[in-house]
Ligand binder design. Sequence first.
Ligand code: NAD
Length: 270
Amino acid sequence: MKDSIKRVAEDLMKSKYAIALTGAGISTESGIPDFRGPSGIWTRDPEAEKRAYRSYAKFQKDPKEYWRDRLSGPSLLGDLDKATPNAGHYALAELEGMGILKCIITQNIDNLHQKAGSKKVLDYHGNAFKLRCVSCGGRFESREFDLDRLLIEDQLPPLCQRCGGVLKSDIVHFHEPIPTDMAQQSLEEAGKCDLMLICGTSAVVYPFALLPRMAKERQLGKETILIEINAEPTPLTEEMISDYLVQGKTGQILPKIVEEVRRMQLFTKK
Ligand code: NAD
């Protein structure tokens, strides 16, 4: 383990444009369950997965009913308002502060990277604290809307303050296209990077899982290093898309990497 931490730190120090890709695994140590890990939501309750697959169709058919459901039932991931970042989120924010990490592309909707202080975060699958207009693509903070009042007064769905279009949660549901701005910026970042730190994702959800594959293809033209930090091997490990895997918890491994980078920086300054 010590050697692989050193190897990641060395690779980060050599990189010119490092980015991180994150998934539900980085937030499990903040008490938010993942989907496909050993105690993930889908692993324990396959019916919940089937229900989640119907959300987008429900929105398209009847936005009012979609909103009624969302506001009446419990949230699948628990109370995200109360969740706080863990050492893994803070370590990535620190790497950005050091000028090493240029961007995080996250599948998570929990806002924990932003809470930890990361500045450049692309919420590939949206953000649970935002609403998005399906007509103009504008995003708004949920707290700007009194959704419970709209429910009581039968005024759902909420409407866009700019164009009057229908608002849905910013969360990207299964079968829903990735918003164009996020898709484009993520592709650009994946195309630019020379190091990709892939943290806490099973890498089976598409099109997100194409980002490392795309970076790997570009490796033919230039040196791009793909490093996984995950509790278990993934298809990226098995198909040798990633160069190497550091197996374990992101909340333990990422802070050690930051510590090693700091040690190396001190050493190179002398
Ligand atoms: P996933 O559930 O498919 O996979 C999580 C991976 O992380 C697994 O391989 C698991 O073994 C690993 N893991 C779990 N805890 C870890 C830890 N502490 N350290 C390192 N690895 C750990 O998650 P995914 O690949 O992100 O795909 C799930 C989809 O569901 C995503 O699209 C995401 O939008 C959504 N989701 C988001 C949240 C969140 O916002 N926190 C939570 C659950 C699901």
